[in-house]
Ligand binder design. Structure first.
Ligand SMILES: Nc1ncnc2c1ncn2[C@@H]1O[C@H](COP(=O)(O)OP(=O)(O)OP(=O)(O)O)[C@@H](O)[C@H]1O
Length: 134
């Protein structure tokens, strides 16, 4: 590799590391300012704990991971949307309201989907566990 190629790789790595830094800043901001984000994070940790306790299958792990990612991603995008809306429209505007409502609806759909998926995966196992205990 010539000097120019090394410089290109070094700069690309530097840019990638800065992007991760900005991403963590975004995560910290959401965790600090959004109670719902913290609730969804706790729900995700609970789902992972249940998955470990019940030794769920690989396919079930994929669904659980997809649900956790879906909820956290929509929550983060909604946080960004809310922040931007507050910046652009600090006073009442119908369209600002629609923007926030649509963001909130996306989070609710992701959360509902995850609750149903979690129930399909974990409820039968919980019922069997309580059946054996009784
Ligand atoms: N600038 C605005 N103009 C019109 N309606 C607004 C505006 N800001 C908020 N609203 C309405 O009030 C609702 C709640 O707004 P708010 O800013 O409290 O968002 P939120 O979803 O409750 O945020 P958080 O997740 O931080 O609690 C919005 O969904 C929207 O319907």
């Amino acid at each position: 590799m010539v000097q120019k190629d090394y410089e290109f790789v070094f700069l690309s790595m530097k840019r990638l590391i800065s992007s991760f830094g900005f991403a963590f800043k975004g995560l910290r901001y959401a965790a600090k300012t959004q109670p719902n984000f913290r609730i969804h994070l706790a729900a995700g940790i609970t789902a992972v704990t249940l998955g470990l306790c019940f030794k769920i299958s690989t396919a079930e792990w994929l669904w659980v991971m997809a649900c956790i990612a879906l909820v956290l991603i929509t929550e983060l995008l909604n946080t960004g949307l809310e922040t931007l809306t507050d910046l652009v429209s600090p006073t009442y505007h119908e369209k600002a309201g629609h923007t926030k409502d649509a963001g909130a609806a996306a989070v609710v759909i992701a959360a509902l989907f995850s609750v149903i998926t979690g129930a399909i995966i974990f409820l039968p196992k919980i019922i069997i566990l309580f059946g054996h205990a009784a």
